[in-house]
Structure formats: structure tokens, C-alpha cells
Design a protein around this ligand. Structure first.
Ligand code: ACO
Length: 401
């Protein structure tokens, strides 16, 4: 039977798969992930090699366009980004309208969406050239918005970048430069941060990426698709976990440091508490990013001479979880977010900026997935459901209810 006849006979077959645990939403040539063996590759290159040898902008190019850039391609890409790194002054007024206490993820999602009004040509992107222009614009402006969201929160005047610097170096300068200072980020800090961004750059069809593809599938435009992705990433079960991990570790410290007590809470099915930074939908043996990041965390803390008691709690939790039957049975291992927060903290990044850092890292992945979806001319995303509500019933007048 062909699909049309089958549908005519059955009225259509609908599979139910909450959380899409076993449902592929698309074919993709961007990121390969084998959760059983802990393998992650971008466009065929292992995450270990990329984190060791490439820089973030190179990886962004690779993810988006499919190949590692030549020297000339990379330099043109960077020049094109620099040329677009101004953000309209009126966007500052929108930022001004937020209370200082606003969570930077909400601010970022709103400002990214607002950028459409100032860059209307970024919406209808039918040619590859129009797509390229939209991509370069968002890659250029997003770090500015992220740094602004931070500066607003800590009460620093807004900064534009420094065109003589690399992409990541420039971002760190926009974040941390104090007025009238000559702040230039240290090389080893830039390198550690670059590595973190690479490790976050794509992760196939996760919640935020699927959101970007879904919104983009209605041809709503790149910037709003990214804005929706930021909203999805904000949640504590996804990117928000990096903030939640540090808050949890601090809470354990404040409580006297009894990790066993919190392990017991995490296992108690009547307690909603979960060990943040543990478990992953796909990785069931280890998260390869966590391995790299754990090493980087050790190096950064050593380099900066930081002895962080929160790290001792993290190490104790990890050890206990690896030996605990509940965690072993459910294959719950530390994920990338378990360690990233420790590095961000050591670098002086405040806790509510952790998830925006993740968003900056994930930006190339969102763009690559959006571009692939558009180039493959994928249909609009529109899942079905199985209706479980009331059958037809007569309307009741107000006095009868
Ligand atoms: N602590 C305690 N128990 C857990 C945890 C945890 N962190 N994670 C999962 N479990 C348990 C569940 O209670 C469930 O137990 P049960 O089988 O007895 O009912 C079992 O393990 C399976 O968990 P699910 O929630 O069904 O797994 P799912 O794949 O839906 O969720 C998720 C994955 C969301 C990552 C989950 O492990 C979690 O909430 N972890 C904590 C939050 C976190 O670290 N998120 C970051 C993810 S990585 C990222 O976004 C970059």
C-alpha cells in the first residue's frame, strides 16, 4: 500500500513519542553523536581534536558551511562579521526599559527578536547570499547584545568592540572592560573560554536546536528563530542547568557540605530535587564534552591559583554518583554543564550569565541547523497528537454550569 491509500484506510497513522525519545525530526549532515560510546563529531571532525586545535570562529564556519575554512575564507568571514558588529542605538533604549534585575536570557531573547526591526532584510532569505548576510549579522551582533545584557546588570556603561581583536577576545573585552581602563583579556583565559564555546557549539536535535528548526520552518526568519532557541535554552533541564549546578553546589556548601544528604534527596521519588548536571537524554556512558571540560576546569583553577570549595563538593558528588546503584542503573553521569559553571565562576563570570555564555557558544549550531533546514527546503514542522479530551457535548448556559 502506498502512504496515501494507507492514510485513506486508517484515517492516518500517528505515533506517540513524548519528548521525541525515539523520533528523528530530520536528516542532518552537521553533528554526529553516539550516546552509547560517547562520540561527538562536528562535520566528521572529533570534538576532542577541534577543542584542541581549532578556534571558535573556525568551528562556527565549519558547522555552518560544512568545511574548515582556508586562511582567506576565515579572514573574509571575520572581516564581514566585524563590519556588521554595530547595533542600532535604539536597541539601547529597549535594553534601558528592562529592570536591572531582569534575567539576561530573557533580555537576550527579546533583544535578538527586536533586531529584526532594525535589520528587515534578514527575514526573507531566499538566496544563499541573503542567508549569508543574515548569518554574518547575527554572529556579529549577538556578542554585543550578550555583553550589553551583562553590563546593564552590573551597572557598567555599554561598550562596542575592538576591531583589532579576535572574536572571543573582543567579546571578553566588551564584557569586562571597566571605563578608562586598558583591559585586554589574558591569553590563557581567552583560550579556555574559546574551548568552552567550541564544546557547546552544536549538539544535533536538542531542545533549543529543534526549536530553532521548528520556528524557522515557518520561514519566520533567522533572528526570531534564534530568539526562540534562546528561550528554550533558558530552562533548567537544558542550558539553564549550568546556572542550576553552581546554585546547587553552593546550597550544599551552605548546608554544611553533606553530599550524601543531597544524593539521598535526588534518589527520593517523593522529592522533586534532581542532581543538576547529571544525566543526559542521549549520553548513557559519559559525555565526551564533560571529559574535556573537566580537564580544562582543573587547568584554569590551577592557572588562576583558585582553591574553590565548591569544586571539592563537585568532585565528591561525582565520585559518589559513579559508585551509587541508582545512578549506575539509570546511567546518570556528569554532563557538560556540571563543569562549565566551575570554569565560568573562576573566570569571574556571574552565575546568571552562565546560560548566556552557553547561548553564545550554541549560536553557530543554531545557525547551521537553520541554514541546513532552509537549504533542504524542509516542510513546516507540524506534529500530530492523539486527542484524549471530551467527546462532543452540548453547550451549557452560564446558569446551568
Ligand atoms: N538526578 C536524579 N535522578 C535523575 C536525574 C538527576 N539529575 N536525571 C534523571 N534521573 C532519573 C529520573 O528520575 C528517572 O528515574 P526513574 O526511571 O526511576 O523514573 C530516570 O533517571 C530517567 O530520567 P528521565 O527524566 O526520564 O530522563 P530524560 O532523558 O527525560 O532527561 C535530563 C534527561 C533532562 C538531562 C535529566 O537527566 C535531568 O533532569 N538532569 C538534570 C538537569 C541537567 O543537568 N540538564 C542538562 C542537560 S545537558 C544540556 O542541556 C547541555
Amino acid at each position: 500500500l502506498d502512504i496515501k491509500t494507507l492514510r485513506a484506510i486508517t484515517g492516518g497513522v500517528t505515533t506517540i513519542d513524548p519528548g521525541y525519545k525515539n523520533t528523528g525530526s530530520c536528516e542532518s549532515a552537521i553533528t554526529f553523536l553516539n550516546g552509547e560510546e560517547g562520540i561527538l563529531r562536528y562535520r566528521g571532525y572529533s570534538i576532542e581534536e577541534l577543542a584542541d586545535k581549532a578556534d571558535f570562529l573556525e568551528v562556527a564556519y565549519l558547522l555552518i558551511f560544512g568545511e574548515l575554512p582556508t586562511k582567506d575564507q576565515l579572514s573574509k568571514f571575520h572581516e564581514d562579521i566585524k563590519a556588521q558588529s554595530h547595533v542600532d542605538e535604539d536597541v539601547k533604549k529597549i535594553l534601558d526599559g528592562f529592570p536591572k534585575s531582569a534575567h539576561p536570557m530573557g533580555v537576550l531573547s527579546s533583544l535578538t527578536s527586536a533586531l529584526v526591526a532594525f535589520n528587515p532584510s534578514s527575514v526573507n532569505v531566499d538566496s544563499e547570499e541573503e542567508m549569508y548576510n543574515a548569518i554574518v549579522r547575527i554572529l556579529a551582533k549577538f556578542p554585543v547584545l550578550t555583553a550589553w545584557a551583562y553590563r546593564k546588570r552590573v551597572g557598567l556603561p555599554l561598550e562596542y568592540g575592538d576591531a583589532s581583536l579576535g572574536y572571543v577576545e573582543n567579546f571578553l573585552k566588551m564584557m569586562f572592560k571597566k571605563p578608562n581602563s586598558n583591559y585586554v583579556p589574558k591569553k590563557d583565559i581567552v583560550a579556555a573560554f574559546d574551548k568552552l564555546l567550541i564544546l557547546h557549539a552544536d549538539h544535533e536535535q536538542n531542545c533549543s536546536t529543534s526549536t530553532v528548526r521548528m520556528v524557522g520552518s515557518s520561514h519566520a526568519g533567522l533572528f526570531v528563530s534564534i530568539s526562540a532557541g534562546i528561550a528554550a535554552l533558558w530552562g533548567p533541564l537544558h542550558g539553564g542547568a549550568n546556572q542550576a549546578v553552581i546554585e546547587m553546589l553552593e546550597a550544599i556548601k551552605e548546608d554544611g557540605g553533606d553530599t550524601k544528604k543531597f544524593m539521598a534527596k535526588a534518589k527520593d521519588k517523593n522529592d522533586p530535587f534532581r542532581l543538576m548536571g547529571f544525566g543526559h537524554r542521549v549520553y548513557k556512558n559519559f559525555d565526551p564534552r564533560a571529559k574535556i571540560i573537566k580537564k580544562a576546569a582543573d587547568e584554569v583553577l590551577n592557572d588562576l591559583g583558585i582553591d574553590d570549595p565548591v569544586l571539592d563538593i563537585a568532585i565528591a558528588l561525582e565520585k559518589e554518583a559513579l559508585e551509587d546503584q541508582y545512578f549506575v542503573d539509570r546511567k546518570l553521569y556528569p554532563n557538560v554543564d556540571f563543569y562549565s559553571g566551575i570554569i565560568y565562576r573562576a573566570l569571574g563570570i556571574p552565575v546568571e550569565m552562565f546560560t548566556p555564555m552557553f547561548a553564545l557558544g550554541r549560536l553557530p549550531g543554531w545557525i547551521a541547523q537553520w541554514r541546513e533546514m532552509r537549504l533542504r527546503k524542509e516542510p513546516i514542522g507540524r506534529p500530530r497528537q492523539v486527542y484524549i479530551g471530551e467527546n462532543l457535548r452540548p453547550f451549557k448556559e452560564t446558569e446551568e454550569r
